[in-house]
Design a protein around this ligand. Structure first.
Ligand code: NZQ
Ligand code: ZN
Length: 401
């Protein structure tokens, strides 16, 4: 086991029945909530009024901002923060997917700092690492995907410069989150699939690059993966099933709660670095879809380079019951092939050119990833990943479909 410290400050409520205690906890955060919403789904589905009723019952005033877009834009965050500041809100309640939760964290920070623009605060920006605090944040996630309901990250996009990068501070971790599977039963299939891919990728990032010092973290991670891989096909057949939705939702939180890497070397999130560069280039690309597209190619690239084959082979053995052959490369390839089949069966296997990223853009996207997340020359994936390597991985996706 490697030494570690984990701080999980978020009070998590799970289940429809937890509405009242959640509202009670919100009352402890302040008297005026800034409710932040996405593009309208939670209002159309009738969920918004359920939440404002809860606030009313606890005599919590509320001001609402509507219109956070997927891959939330810095400009929208800035606009919302101005509105919240003028209204005198004292905490932020995010009600939506990862984009709404991330935007809410950024808004909470911007109001606290009494600043106008979030973009200088992202990784690589002039004010990176200078944020001093944030208003308290509460969340109600409506996707099973990002785990933003427990993480310290807010990932913000700026379409005019094709940028996408994180603002990350421990004080951005939500104080309270309510995981209510009833808000998930109407989630479109495509978004459900994208979310499942994101959950798996959070586990992969830690599992592959974190080393093998924690057998318990391995088993925990495999349990989350197993749950996602068996539950997604069941949800596709029975999308309104709250139990199944709840399984995916809790898996999404557990995938990035911190426990998944306990006792391992903390791993850099390399495929996330590349994916953020991809959805920075194309803001219509869903994060989970981008990840599903590059993962199989990344696995194949690693195996070709002779890297992390033990970890890939272990996944094959544990997740797909593949008996070890005695040859690491063969075993790693057996896992990759089985995983690709799972992606294909679940509508998640395609080339980058099918998700709005043409080959002519690969070089520029690699440059952005290296500048923002590397040292300009390389990223580290158990050895260097240079511009050529990134482009190779992107090109290898073109064999998928
Ligand atoms: O905007 P609305 O109308 O709500 O529609 C959304 C959006 O179009 C829709 N949706 C959400 N809940 C729904 C629903 N539609 C029907 N019923 C519901 N219950 O789903 C669409 C996608 O929403 P979005 O929030 O963009 O998806 P997701 O949850 O996957 O979040 C993606 C964002 O989170 C970031 C990603 O980079 C991306 O920007 N991430 C944040 C992380 C973090 N904070 O720790 C970690 C992740 O790795 C990730 O990077
Ligand atoms: Zn992710």
């Amino acid at each position: 086991m490697q030494p570690f410290d984990i701080h999980i400050p978020t009070r998590i409520f799970f289940g429809t029945q937890k509405a009242d205690v959640f509202a009670e906890a919100l009352a402890g955060l302040g008297r005026h909530a800034f409710v932040v919403l996405g593009g309208g789904s939670v209002e159309k589905l009738g969920f918004y009024s359920q939440v404002t009723d809860l606030l009313d019952r606890k005599n919590i005033r509320h001001t609402t901002f509507r219109g956070i877009e997927p891959n939330p834009h810095a400009g929208t965050v800035n606009k919302a923060a101005r509105l919240g500041k003028d209204a005198g809100v004292d905490f932020v309640l995010a009600f939506g997917g990862g984009s709404v939760m991330d935007a809410s964290k950024a808004i909470a920070g911007l109001i606290h700092e009494d600043e106008e623009d979030i973009w200088p605060y992202v990784l690589g920006g002039a004010k990176h690492n200078t944020m001093a605090g944030a208003l308290p944040v509460a969340t109600i996630p409506t996707t099973a995907a990002t785990a933003s309901e427990v993480t310290m990250h807010a990932i913000i996009s700026k379409p005019d410069v094709q940028g996408k990068a994180p603002v990350s501070y421990p004080f951005l971790k939500p104080a309270v989150s309510w995981l209510n599977p009833a808000f998930h039963t109407s989630l479109p299939l495509e978004t459900t699939r994208d979310g499942a891919s994101d959950i798996l990728s959070h586990i992969f990032e830690n599992y592959l690059l974190g080393g093998n010092d924690s057998p318990l973290a391995d088993r925990y991670s495999e349990g989350v993966m197993e749950t996602v891989m068996t539950t997604l096909p069941l949800v596709e057949k029975d999308p309104g099933n709250e139990n199944l939705r709840g399984d995916l939702l809790w898996a999404s939180t557990m995938a990035l709660l911190g426990l998944q890497q306990s006792g391992r070397t903390p791993a850099p999130f390399r495929m996330h670095n590349l994916e953020h560069a991809l959805s920075g280039y194309n803001p219509d690309l869903a994060h989970g879809r981008g990840l599903a597209t590059i993962y199989p190619a990344y696995f194949r690239w690693l195996n070709r380079e002779g890297r992390l084959q033990d970890r890939l082979a272990q996944l094959g053995h544990r997740l797909f019951d593949i008996a070890p052959s005695g040859d690491r490369e063969t075993d790693a390839l057996s896992f990759i092939t089985a995983f690709e089949q799972w992606l294909r069966d679940n509508g998640l296997y395609q080339p980058l050119s099918d998700v709005g990223v043409p080959e002519k853009a690969f070089g520029g996207i690699a440059d952005y990833a290296l500048e923002t997340y590397g040292d300009g020359q390389q990223l580290d994936v158990d050895g260097p990943l240079t511009r050529d390597g990134i482009i190779e991985i992107f090109e290898m996706t073109e064999m998928q479909g």
